[in-house]
Design a protein around this ligand. Structure first.
Ligand code: NAP
Length: 498
């Protein structure tokens, strides 16, 4: 197998089963966010023509892949699981070097990708439709699941292993062929994923990878009439435009986008539990999770005691290179994200009360990376920018409320609706919250983050559009349902179905 990168880490595309160098002269350098002296990859910004070649390769491979029995497709995924397990450590280290999250978080992400691939491999034996009784004698109706054709997977940088895998694995099992456009700043993990599927035995053209800017190669995937399904995860700005464009072309589209996830803490909560979960939700992965906890909505009567302990712990948070043992939080993914974090820290200093952090970290350990401090603001107003905007960094806002009704109102007073959590021991309030909170996912006495391989994933309101991802919901997205009527009377019908 030819490898995708040279010693200089010039990334290649994977088109029609071959690793090919892009003809583009535009190259983007990717640096280690913990040490910007280290160039981890040179990423070609491929052309529209190269994306067209990848789409054509996927289209050519589709008929044979569609004919391959689903359990045989599943066997390739089971092999990919074994390879991912063998390469788990290597993949996790690469992820930390490229994206910056701690090795512990990277290992967790790779394990999630393994679990998802394993679940989807099993689903290959359960690609079932349903049988339905007919209104007519000697008739029956049934449904079958059929692949969409060529599908595009456009992914963000913050989960560059798990998110591509949770799109690619179900798409393949359902018999689609795939063109994968990863985030430009996380190319190496994308290459590793494709190498693993290649080594597992995917036929040429079934999975293709094109590096390049979203505006050019991503847009080509959205515009192409040969692409029938599009699965996008990323920002609201891009997702909204992409959804409109895909819908205009009558593609099946799903977009998972931003969040502004609240944790509601009631006076009767287990405060120790709420504290540890809030810290993990806010600062793990440097707050760069769509499900990160960015707002604490807490009852005034217990707020002072909670906030004091929270700040004490946040100040002791160990920030550094994610590859080093004991580090709890890595750097921002790049300079641009760091500047966004710093911008909101400055806004917060005007809008609210800064309790800790609020700055770029300096010193020998930090000077070459994009490190910011874990930041907590108190007395944040629900309508302020800190409360409303997705920052995507380690910035936590405390909003104090008088009671449960106000907490619910504040939690829902944002345009996003991805995830949420409640800490309480009052089952009446917990169930009321679960019913009324306007998020696609909610957690009771556990952090806003996380998800399992067989459980659907997705948001409400502006956070998502289109069907859910992950679990069986992904099978729904990556297949069309064909409805079949069979009449076995052998003569002209005496009644008809309208
Ligand atoms: P982004 O800037 O929207 O980019 C996402 C992907 O879209 C990248 O591959 C990007 O390519 C591509 N893209 C950019 N412009 C495009 C265009 N015009 N047409 C087609 N594709 C285009 O998002 P990001 O900064 O990578 O990720 C962070 C965001 O993702 C946050 O808002 C976060 O909340 C969200 N997110 C949501 C979930 C969820 O499940 N709800 C999960 C993770 C992340 P380039 O890299 O080349 O720009």
């Amino acid at each position: 197998m030819a490898t995708a990168t040279s010693a200089a880490q010039l990334c290649r595309n994977y088109i029609g089963g071959r690793w090919v160098e892009s003809g583009s002269t535009k190259i983007a350098e990717r640096r280690n966010p913990a040490n910007s002296d280290e160039i981890v990859a040179a990423v070609p910004l491929s052309t529209r023509e190269e994306m067209k070649e990848a789409i054509a390769a996927a289209k050519a491979a589709f008929p044979a892949w569609r004919e391959t029995p689903a359990p045989a497709r599943g066997k390739i995924l089971f092999k990919a699981v074994r390879i991912m397990e063998e390469k788990k450590d290597e993949l996790a280290r690469l992820l930390t070097r490229e994206e910056g999250k701690t090795l512990k978080d990277s290992l967790g992400e790779v394990q999630r990708a393994i679990n998802i691939t394993e679940f989807m491999a099993g689903e290959a034996r359960r690609l079932n439709g349903e049988t339905l009784s007919s209104e007519l004698p000697k008739n029956f109706a049934y449904t079958i699941r059929q692949p969409l054709g060529v599908v595009g997977a456009i992914t963000p940088w913050n989960f560059p292993v798990a998110i591509p895998v949770w799109k690619i694995a179900p798409a393949l099992v359902c018999g689609n062929t795939v063109v994968f456009k990863p985030a430009t700043i996380t190319p190496l993990t994308a290459i590793k994923i494709v190498e693993i599927f290649e080594a597992a035995g995917l036929p040429p053209g079934v999975l293709n990878l094109v590096m390049g800017s979203g505006r050019e190669t991503g847009d080509e995937l959205v515009q192409s009439p040969a692409v029938h399904g599009l699965s996008f995860t990323g920002s609201n700005e891009i997702g909204t435009a992409l959804y409109a464009c895909g819908a205009q072309r009558l593609k099946k589209v799903q977009c998972e986008m931003g969040g502004k996830n609240p944790v509601v803490i009631l006076a009767d909560a287990d405060m120790g539990l709420a504290l540890e979960s809030t810290l993990a939700g806010a600062f793990a992965s440097t707050g760069q999770r769509c499900t990160a906890t960015s707002r604490v909505v807490i009852e005034e009567s217990v707020a002072d005691a909670f906030v004091e302990k929270l700040v004490e712990r946040a100040k002791k948070y160990s920030v550094g290179n994610g590859l080093e043992p004991g580090v709890e939080m890595g750097p921002a993914v790049d300079e641009s994200q760091m500047n966004t974090d710093l911008k909101y820290m400055e806004i917060g200093k005007k809008e609210a009360e800064l309790l800790c952090g609020g700055e770029r970290l300096s010193g020998p350990k930090y000077d070459k990376g994009w490190f910011v401090s874990p930041t907590v603001f108190d007395h944040v107003r629900p309508e302020s920018a800190l409360s409303q905007d997705e920052i995507f960094g380690p910035v936590l806002s405390i909003v104090r409320v008088k009671g449960f009704d106000e907490a619910l109102h504040v939690a829902n007073s944002v345009r996003f609706g991805l995830s949420s959590a409640i800490y309480s021991t009052d089952s009446n309030k917990i169930f009321e919250f679960v019913d009324k909170i306007e998020t696609g996912m909610t957690h009771v006495n556990s952090p806003t983050v996380g998800g399992e391989a067989h459980v659907p994933f997705g948001g409400a309101k502006d956070s998502s559009v289109g069907p859910r991802e992950v679990g069986h919901a992904a099978i729904e997205f990556y297949t069309d349902t064909k409805i079949v009527y069979v009449d076995y009377t052998g003569r002209k019908r005496e009644s008809s179905i309208y």
